[in-house]
Design a binder for this molecule. Structure first.
Ligand code: SF4
Length: 225
């Protein structure tokens, strides 16, 4: 899989390189093929689900899309449903008015310009309404088209706690991670870090006692006495 143009690989001291390799080897041992927890059946439903998930939980999105995709799982059907028809399906999700407008505009462009297919190239994907860089990264990474590490609140926190980045912004953390995560793990790192943050390295009370990488974590001493 080609690596996108980006920051060069960072040269690390051997001990740090070994620590990071071991971190990801352990995540791999736990779950070798991690996937998004969003429900989808193909590129179109994936891009819609990811776009809807901004500032919303995967659980809430799955609840909404279970009914939505039963009636509109293609751009053509979404267009037929229209903005007013779409809103009731997603009204439990934050920012649903804006998201409804974007999803219908996106459907319009997919039908008019791409024959109803999702263009799986970063530039074209990012240009779609409601699809920013982060959404494009998640989609391309999930479909194993391009390795990317979209940084959400979990990835940001876990990246800091594990000493993988001190970046102050999601973009900087992303650059750091792309530069130091070993190549074989790049595609899956995004999911591992999210899952680790969601279920183990919780924001307020991380479960350090049950953490599979506790002995490799520089932050453990902050939480375990
Ligand atoms: S040891 Fe604790 S702080 Fe470190 S990664 Fe594990 S859960 Fe998070």
């Amino acid at each position: 899989m080609p690596r996108p143009a980006g920051p060069p690989r960072r040269k690390l001291k051997p001990a740090e390189q070994a620590r990071i390799a071991e971190l990801f080897a352990r995540f791999e041992a736990q779950e070798s093929d991690p996937r998004t927890e969003l429900d989808y059946a193909g590129p179109y439903t994936l891009v819609v689900a990811v776009a809807l998930s901004a500032q919303a939980t995967d659980v809430s999105v799955n609840k909404a899309t279970a009914k939505l995709f039963a009636v509109a799982d293609t751009p053509q059907k979404m267009l037929a449903l229209g903005e007013d028809g779409l809103k009731p399906f997603i009204s439990s999700i934050g920012l649903f008015n804006t998201k409804a407008r974007n999803v219908v505009r996106m459907a319009e462009i997919l039908v008019e310009q791409y024959g109803g297919e999702v263009p799986l190239e970063r530039e074209k994907l990012q240009a779609l309404p409601g699809v920013g860089r982060k959404t494009a990264s998640v989609v391309l990474n999930e479909l194993r088209i391009e390795p990317a590490i979209a940084v959400d609140t979990h990835v940001f926190r876990v990246g800091h706690r594990l000493g993988l980045s001190t970046g102050k912004t999601p973009d900087k953390v992303e650059q750091d991670l792309m530069a130091i995560v070993p190549e074989p793990y790049l595609t899956r790192a995004h999911h591992w870090l999210i899952l680790h943050g969601r279920y183990t390295c919780l924001a307020r009370r991380p479960k350090c006692e049950a953490c599979p990488v506790a002995d490799l974590c520089p932050s453990r001493r902050l939480f375990v006495r």
